[in-house]
Design a protein. Structure first.
Length: 245
């Protein structure tokens, strides 16, 4: 009498071995997949800045080669009534509605995919350092040719919101126009404690949105990642040795 043939299928031990192998593979692959996802977000952010760079130069070409710095506003600088909010000024060149200050949030390029607070609608800050090295805020416009080292001077960079330091300049879609105008006044950096490595800043160029890297748009229009911990005022166009973070 012949023995019974084994019915096809896995034993419990074989199933446990397969599950263990799958779990091991996932443990190996997940960190790599996470790194790839972060790198993809950083690449998209750099692409955003390249697009803003094209808009920046298109704007300069239309307006006597001027670029916006810190916003002109009553009581702080000589106010001429000119809208100085760079997200609004560049909006027509990025597919947004012309001169519609309440629709800036429609420009998706202003959103960095790595920004931790998704309700924030503008994730970049512009360079408002006084290029003479006086450590004061530069209001108004600057001629494109007045920036030094166009390929090495940062015009715009990742912006960082630090909620545990009392900073409230979160710009959301439903902000009333007046509130939005006030909040946009903080979308610039202009002194050493606005640099990523500053220990006491409530607003600054980002320190760790892309690990230790910060994405930057340079005056010549190209974008690149920089080591956030090594940025100095020199990278924003100031004379060598001006200020310390």
């Amino acid at each position: 009498m012949s023995g019974k043939k084994r019915v096809g299928g896995f034993t419990l031990i074989e199933l446990l071995v397969v599950i263990a192998i799958i779990a091991l593979l996932l443990a190996i692959l997940m960190p790599a997949l996470s790194r790839v996802k972060k790198q993809a977000k950083q690449t998209r952010c750099l692409a955003n800045l390249r697009q803003i760079g094209l808009a920046m130069h298109a704007y300069a070409g239309d307006y006597d080669y001027l670029l916006p710095r810190a916003e002109l506003r009553p009581g702080v600088a000589v106010y001429t009534g000119i809208d100085m909010r760079w997200p609004v000024l560049f909006m027509p060149y990025l597919g947004g509605l012309s001169d519609d200050t309440e629709e800036y949030h429609e420009v998706e390029i202003y959103d960095c995919p790595s920004y931790p607070l998704k309700e924030q609608t503008v994730d970049y800050c512009t360079n408002a350092f006084d290029l003479k090295g006086t450590m004061t805020e530069c209001f108004g416009f600057t001629k494109l040719d007045d920036f030094p080292r166009h390929a090495g001077t940062i015009y715009m960079a990742d912006y960082e919101y630090i909620p545990d330091r009392g900073h409230i300049k979160i710009i959301v879609k439903d902000d009333p126009p007046d509130a939005m105008k006030v909040k946009m006044q903080s979308l610039d950096v202009w002194r050493p404690n606005h640099l990523p490595s500053a220990p006491d800043s409530s607003r600054r160029a980002a320190l760790n949105r892309h690990q230790r890297w910060i994405n930057c748009l340079f005056v010549d229009g190209h974008s690149a990642k920089m080591d956030a911990t090594e940025l100095t005022p020199y990278d924003f166009g100031l004379p060598l040795g001006s200020g310390t973070p």
